[in-house]
Design a binder for this molecule. Sequence first.
Ligand code: ATR
Length: 275
Amino acid sequence: MSYKLGLIGFPIKHSLSPWIHKQFFERTNLEGSYSIMEISTEKDFLEEMKQLKEKELNGFNVTVPYKVKIIEHLDVLDEQAEKIGAVNTVLCKNGKWIGYNTDGIGYLRSLLSKYPELANEEEKSVLILGAGGAAKGIYHALIHHGFNNVTIANRSLEKAEQLLGTREHVMTLEEAEKQINIFDIIIQTTSVGMKPNQDKSIISLNHLKENAVVSDIIYQPLMTSFLKQAKSLHRSIHFGHTMLLYQAQYAFEIWTGKQPDMENMDKALQNILEG
Ligand code: ATR
């Protein structure tokens, strides 16, 4: 068979997903296509969904601004996606649309594939900076995986409290900066430091723990000011583009049942991003 896959969102003309899935088809010896199906926000979304159903796709990805809006058009919602309240992957099976969210699990896979020792039994203390959609996916994936000691620091404390469902484990960004030495894993999920504001960093990293791993989900630029600080302190760092690769890997698995080999994908995508 030949898989018919694609992406909906707006704007998505420069998406890297078609390239990633082309590599996955080659690596798994499967046949298929992955197309960009841009839906302008001025269009009638219900009508667009009716037309999409007629395309008889095997599955598709959903990105901004439709990750929440898609939910009412689904027949089934996976448990993790329900917790997160957003869907980035739809499996079309026997005429039904099933919604998943692969962002958080993809992120965790990317982190653990680079630093497998983080999954050992000793409890790790995790700090997430930011409380938006990306932070939510990552938080639920961490909890699902058994990381029980997770703190969220955010500019708006209400948003962090809402995400956690408690005031415990919530910090201001200033508190996080002061107490940074208690964390083993630090995950930057805000948009601060993204091009064209690459000189900005959400907090300064001065007293990092000896073995801390510092991660940023921004991939434009790859080496953010946040990661530069960690590198200058000789700490381990983790780049944002790998999340993009592993969320796609998990989506591909949901659609085809095959897990593409990721060898050298990281470097290849890095080359594309760095031109
Ligand atoms: P995403 O879905 O990509 O996570 P989002 O939902 O818009 O994006 O979340 C953006 C995150 O970046 C939020 O945590 C936001 O903080 P607030 O909840 O306080 O708005 C954070 N953020 C964005 N700009 C920021 C800034 N200039 N300073 C501090 N935090 C910022």
